[in-house]
Every structure is written in C-alpha cells, then in structure tokens.
Design a protein around this ligand. Structure first.
Ligand SMILES: O=C(O)[C@H]1O[C@H](OP(=O)(O)OP(=O)(O)OC[C@H]2O[C@@H](n3ccc(=O)[nH]c3=O)[C@H](O)[C@@H]2O)[C@H](O)[C@@H](O)[C@@H]1O
Length: 437
C-alpha cells in the first residue's frame, strides 16, 4: 500500500523550477562556451526548449494502475463537494469507503440514483486486479460519484473529508476481504479491518455533525457455530480464520465507540455476496474464469465427505439491505465530542443484522449451474476442505433484518449467476474491452 502522505497535498505543487536548476545554474564557463559558437547556441536553445516542453507536459505514468490523484487543493475540494451534494434536504450525504470495491460500487450507484450525495474513498490496492477497480471507478464517475484515492488509515485525509463535507452517514465497506488469503498475508487484515476501522471511527466521533455509521461485517463471524440458521443471538466467539477474527473484533470495537462517544452504529453480516462487477478472488468468479479456459477446478467437500454449502446472496438484495440500514439509522448522540468536549446526549443506536439469502446451496450445485450457463463440461477435482479458514456451511436467519430494515432477498442462485455470467462475458470480451486484457 502506498503512503499517500508523501505526495503533495495539492495537485501541481511540485515545483518545476527544481527541474530547471541544472540548466539555470549555468556557470560562466558554460555561458562562455555558448557564446563561442552560434551552432552551440542554437542547439542549446533547442535542447532547452525540448526539456522545458517535456517537463510541462503531463508525464505518462510508467504504470497507470499506481497513478495517484493527490488530494487537496481547490479543484479537488470542488469535486468532493459536487459529488457529495444531495438533491434535497431530506436526502443523505454519505461517505462510502471501499467505493471502488464490489459492494461499494453497487451501493454508491444506488444512493446516487435516488438523489443522495455520495463521496467515495478507495485505496485501489492490488489484492485483486486493479483494472477491475478502475473500471468500476469509471462507472461511478459517469454517474457523478467522485472516488477520492486514499486509505482509511490516513488520518489527515479523513479529517479533511469531514471538514469539507458534513456527512450524515458513513457506509464503511473498505476492508481486507477473503477468508483463505488471511493465511498468506495476516497483517493486511489487521491494517485494514482493525487499524483502519479504528481510524475511521476516531475521525467520525470528532466530526461535527457526527455521522451515523453502517459497516460491513461478515457471516464468517459465526465460525464453528453449528446451530442453524445463524441468528444474530448465536455465539460468535469461535472464528475459524483470522479474517473472521478481525471482523468480529470490528463488531466489538464498534460497540466501544457507540458506548463512549454516542456514535450510531449498524453492522451488517454479509453472506457470500456475488454478482456482476464481483470480486475475482471469490470461488464463483474464478470458477467461471477457469471453466472458460477449460482448466480443472477444485471443489471442496467436508472432511466426512458431506457437501460444503454457502448462503450465496445476490448483490441487488444486499444493496437493498444496505440502503434499508442507512435509512433506518438514527442520529448519533455525541455531537460536539472532540470539538467542544461535550458528553454524549443519551445512548445511541447499536444494531447488528444478518444479510443473507436464507437458502444455502452446496458448492457442487453452484458448479452445476455454471456448467449449464457456460455450456462447458467442467473438469472438477473434489477434495476434502483443507484447513484454510473455510467453514462447512453458512445459513442466515434474516427475520431481524426483515422486521427492522424491510429486507427481503428475491434472487435465487441460478438467476443471479445468469446475470453474473452475462456481465462476465461482456466485460471480459477482448473485442469490446481491451483495457482489461
Ligand atoms: O460470507 C462471508 O462472510 C464471506 O463470503 C466470502 O467467503 P466464502 O463464503 O468463503 O466465499 P468463497 O471464497 O467464494 O468460497 C465459496 C465456497 O467455495 C468453496 N471453494 C473455494 C475455493 C475453491 O477452490 N474451491 C471451493 O470449493 C469454499 O470452501 C466455499 O465453501 C467472501 O470471500 C468473504 O470476504 C466474505 O466475508
């Protein structure tokens, strides 16, 4: 992850004079030599012109993915303010972290469509193909959503954003996702899901007005819980992966900020979200890629030979749940904390909801559906689930979300995968979309 603090805070702050110095510091000998010959003089002028032109023209990035838009400056603030402008006084003003991520993109678009002010924040890290994140960013930009390029761990940036925009809500979706990757890069989970979350809560508690916060938790917090379907009342103290442990820690940390600072906080436990513009690290996505390439895929079964199943939940259903959570979020009660040093005015709202589909599907069946949709005979290797953080099954009880958020999923796996496959074939069509190949 790049440290954006090392970049100038205002675009254009790099001083071009610096680059001219070697040429401005001409010593007498050099000038003398130029005077000696007319030819040398003209060549020097020509050379100086070329260098001058080169420095002034925008330099092509050696790697377009790593290009950063330094934050700060009047133009940047104008873009921020414009993106966050809401259509009416009753609309929301939402900071969406992880806006160029899968869920972040869909939620940002849905909010913007209904007239809310939306500002995105994303660090565009390389956990998975940044070209896909850039493509989502383009989609957002066309819809009028500006995505600030920065990290939730950047304290200065967060304070700046809260200074410029009076956010009513924060939709916190930035995270290090993925269950199995936690064994390869454990620290990235601590950095984003714990340190980053604390940093965001610190900035939010000091903001005036204090926003209401809705954040992404995960079905993985149920860990080894075997009571089905998973209810919010069930135990969540047996995580099976470091990812799950950091998400569970996030839920506990949220409680502290709610308790001390009066932040209104809602956690959403997502159940294996899938759909168009999805995450390439997820099984349904890389199965599709590998099946199309006629490669063998590995399907896990439980150690006793039983199937491994997930409560796969379609993205549009999840978006409705997110909007329901934002719309029913009450105001934070700690206005003035960190600014005037005042205490919270009474207890603030603290909620946690399952957002699942309520119908688990074995992974073998997911593969059967993909086989039908892609019309390719799948080469599958079935093997016992390795000890990699995966759990055998997930199954959501959504009655609380139904009651309080009006959440009601309507998309079955076959319908949702059909939409995903159509998007996939279009997006990765080499004739249409050269930039992603
Ligand atoms: O619901 C959640 O909380 C989590 O859902 C997904 O995690 P997961 O359900 O493990 O989704 P996938 O990684 O797409 O795996 C889906 C299923 O495919 C299986 N799988 C995965 C990989 C593979 O090669 N073969 C295979 O059979 C897994 O064991 C799992 O049962 C996301 O990746 C997490 O970020 C999210 O928090």
């Amino acid at each position: 992850m790049d440290n954006i603090n090392i970049l100038p805070s205002t675009p254009g702050k790099l001083k071009p004079e610096k680059y001219y110095q070697p040429y401005n510091n001409n010593n007498n000998n050099y000038i003398h030599r130029i005077r000696l010959s007319k030819l040398t003089l003209w060549s020097s002028i020509f050379l100086a012109f070329i260098i001058f032109f080169f420095i002034l023209s925008p330099s092509p990035s050696p790697n377009p993915i790593r290009t950063h838009n330094p934050w700060g400056g009047p133009d940047w603030e104008k873009r921020v303010t414009k993106s966050a402008r809401r259509s009416s006084a009753s609309s929301l003003t939402v900071l969406v972290t992880g806006a160029s991520g899968f869920v972040g993109t869909h939620v940002s678009l849905a909010l913007k469509r209904r007239g809310d002010g939306v500002l995105g924040l994303d660090n565009f890290n390389r956990y998975y193909d940044p070209n896909l994140k850039r493509a989502r960013q383009k989609l957002l930009s066309r819809a009028g959503v500006f995505v600030v390029e920065g990290d939730i761990n950047d304290e200065k940036l967060l304070h700046k954003l809260f200074d410029v925009v009076p956010f009513t809500h924060v939709m916190h979706l930035a995270a290090q996702a993925g269950v199995r990757y936690a064994m390869q890069n454990p620290n990235s989970y601590i950095h984003s899901n714990i340190a980053g979350f604390v940093n965001l809560l610190e900035a939010s508690k000091s903001a005036n007005p204090q926003p209401s916060i809705v954040y992404a938790s995960s079905s993985s917090v149920y860990g080894l819980n075997s009571k089905v379907p998973f209810s919010e009342k069930d135990r969540t103290d047996q995580p099976a992966s470091l990812y799950a442990a950091t998400k569970k820690a996030g839920e506990e940390i949220a409680h502290v900020y709610n308790h001390i600072y009066g932040l209104s906080i809602t956690g959403l436990r997502f159940f294996t979200v899938y759909g168009p513009w999805g995450r390439p690290d997820m099984a349904y996505f890389f199965f599709t890629k590998d099946i199309l390439k006629r490669k063998q895929i590995t399907v896990f079964e439980s150690p006793d030979g039983g199937s491994v199943a997930r409560d796969f939940t379609y993205i549009d259903d999840i978006v409705k749940g997110c909007l329901g959570a934002l719309d029913t979020a009450k105001k934070s009660t700690g206005v003035g904390v960190g600014v005037g040093g005042k205490k919270k005015k009474g207890n603030a709202q603290f909620r946690i909801f399952n957002l699942g589909n309520t119908s688990p599907v074995p992974v073998t069946e997911l593969v059967d559906i993909l086989e039908r949709l892609l019309k390719v005979k799948v080469k599958r290797k079935v093997m016992p689930m390795p000890r990699n953080g995966d759990v055998r099954f997930t199954h959501a009880n959504i009655s609380k979300a139904q009651r309080e958020l009006g959440y009601m999923p309507t998309t079955d796996l076959e319908t949702g995968l059909n939409k995903f496959v159509r998007w996939y074939l279009d997006f990765y069509n080499p004739l249409k979309n050269k930039s992603v190949w």
